[in-house]
Design a protein around this ligand. Structure first.
Ligand code: GTQ
Length: 359
């Protein structure tokens, strides 16, 4: 928050002061300077894949999933922003999860929204969401909407790796709310849907009756359309990006940029709290801009740099980096690159508080 010159000291009488203190009251001019100081400012930062991979391998060698504390058997390495303790940003959390051949990350559900972006996938690596097995192929994005059961089952003979993205810091820290959480009584939830069910319900033909329940799941209420369980197959997303690049003009700040829409509404954001894009950068540096939303990026393909407030974050495939709110930034691909862009912009928009400008 912008700090103003300290006002001339205003003296209160000692009886006024002692009454205020005894009753837990304070005058505004004494509290306003302390607002906005709960968190350290977010730093621009990058995590190189090589370092993440070493951490993943070390952890995988040290601990089988079954040895992790019951209730949260997830082998995840979490990038932590300087000045924070538990996440890459104040709103968006990313983690890199691995499941070894034959392992199973047991079923649970929670109030936080989540998605998986597959890094090393396999037809027999399945995340099971709301009764359906979703095969995880490289670069597929699979939603785990709030309060849907999910477990991750590796029936392949290779270690699988993916990016977990959740709105945990927003819920747990910024809102200081509880991540309502429940373990399933079974490690593997029953598979009750045929493969492709959820995808098939959100195409051009949709259920004509009321069979499809689109109420907000679990104990929650609100006014946003719920996000269904859904797999955005990379094959299709990539084709959409390429068609766009062959036919259209790029956005000055984001290149050829496709939003992952909420399949329920056909519009972004994918979740009420987080929005996602795939961005193809192949026409040199983008223009610089800034916005009050936080952006986190994962490098799907290519190499380059993102210049944040004069600092160059040099990235290659699979690196993860963060652009703090309010910092001028632009991307500079070496040749052609594709980024996964993640933003908390919908939170700002919900309060009519989003703003961006050319830098
Ligand atoms: O796989 O369900 O990285 O619940 C953090 C919280 C992964 C998961 C994370 C989770 C999960």
């Amino acid at each position: 928050m912008a700090q103003q010159e300290p006002e001339e000291q205003v003296e209160l009488s000692s009886s006024t002061r002692s009454h205020l203190e005894a009753q837990n009251l304070r005058p505004l001019w004494e509290v306003e300077d302390t607002m906005g100081n709960v968190y350290d400012d977010l730093e621009p930062d990058i995590w190189k894949w090589e370092d993440i991979q070493t951490a993943i391998d070390n952890i995988e060698n040290d601990i089988p999933i079954d040895d992790l504390p019951p209730g949260f058997q997830r082998r995840v390495t979490v990038p932590i922003n300087t000045g924070m303790e538990n996440a890459i940003s104040n709103t968006i959390y990313v983690g890199v999860q691995t499941v070894s051949p034959g392992e199973n990350a047991p079923a649970h559900r929670h109030g936080a929204n989540a998605l998986r972006f597959t890094i090393d996938g396999h037809e027999e690596m399945k995340t099971v969401v709301a009764g359906e097995e979703f095969p995880m192929h490289d670069n597929d994005l699979i939603t785990t909407p709030q309060w849907e059961w999910h477990d991750h089952v590796n029936d392949s003979d290779e270690t699988a790796t993916w990016l977990d993205v959740l709105d945990l810091p927003l819920i747990l820290d910024s809102l200081n709310s509880t991540n309502v959480f429940e373990n399933h009584e079974l490690d593997r939830q029953p598979v009750t849907k045929t493969q492709g069910y959820w995808d098939s319900q959100y195409g051009r033909a949709r259920p004509a009756d009321e069979a499809k329940d689109s109420s907000i799941p679990g104990p929650f209420e609100g006014n946003r359309e719920p996000t269904p369980p859904y797999r955005f197959k990379w094959r299709e997303t990539d084709e959409t990006l390429r068609q766009r690049a062959d036919n259209d003009t790029p956005d000055p700040y984001d290149g050829y940029s496709m939003a992952y829409v909420n399949p329920n509404t056909g519009s972004p954001p994918l979740f009420p709290t987080m929005s996602f894009r795939s961005q193809l950068l192949n026409e040199g540096p983008t223009d610089a801009h800034f916005h009050n939303a936080t952006e986190v990026f994962f490098v799907i393909e290519g190499e380059g740099a993102t210049h944040v407030d004069g600092e160059a974050l040099e990235w290659g495939e699979r690196d993860i980096f963060v652009v703090p709110p309010g910092t001028p930034h632009h991307h500079e691909p070496d040749d052609e690159a594709i980024l996964l862009g993640m933003s908390d912009r919908p939170v700002y928009e919900a309060f009519n508080f989003y703003t961006e400008a050319e830098a």
